[in-house]
Design a protein around this ligand. Structure first.
Ligand code: GNR
Ligand code: NI
Length: 167
């Protein structure tokens, strides 16, 4: 296992639409292991493959609290099959260091994906886990949390990001 470098905004690779995984091989499992290691090393609660420059539909999430046992969840070729309600959560993103903003998301989602063995599973999530799943799925489609801000907030954010990009 190895930690990988997390790409930062405005890296154009964060804007690509990631491709489906054709088969869950040992190579994909090695990618997943590196992603988990990178997420834990970065103290994030999720990480999507495009954030380490791999344009595949894979993400990992661990929303366990600091004093709880780890709860690593792996999603390959994920799809949200049902979503309900709305919630606001203050989100951060490892690719947007220093940015923390309230974003509107679905309150509950039902997601279908493949696990580390390539077996299909479905999961119903709410709270932070539902938020993280939606945040990571956006990364697979080249969407960043700043795209979800109101025009007013985005204008303020654009100035801040322009002044720190490349720093
Ligand atoms: O570490 C992260 N924290 C977080 C907090 C609220 C909502 C979403 C997230 S995901 C983020 C890690 C990250 O950038 N994943 O893509
Ligand atoms: Ni992110």
């Amino acid at each position: 296992m190895a930690t990988r470098t997390v790409l930062k905004y405005p890296d154009p690779r964060l804007r690509e639409i990631a491709k489906p995984v054709e088969q869950v091989t040992d190579e994909i499992r090695a990618l997943v292991d590196d992603m988990a290691e990178t997420m834990y090393a970065s103290k994030g609660c999720g990480l999507a493959a495009p954030q380490i420059g791999v344009s595949l539909r894979v993400f990992v999430v661990d929303c366990a609290g600091e004093d709880e046992p780890s709860d690593l969840r792996i999603f390959i070729n994920p799809e949200i099959v049902e979503s309900r309600g709305t919630q606001m959560w203050s989100e951060g993103c490892l690719s947007l260091p220093g940015v923390s903003e309230e974003i509107k998301r679905a309150e509950r989602v039902r997601v279908r994906a493949l696990d580390r063995e390539g077996r299909p599973f479905e999961l119903e999530a709410d709270g932070l886990l539902a938020v993280a799943i939606q945040h990571e799925l956006d990364h697979l489609n080249g969407v960043l949390m700043i795209d979800k801000l109101s025009a007013f907030k985005r204008r303020k954010m654009g100035q801040k990001l322009a002044s720190t990009a490349g720093a």
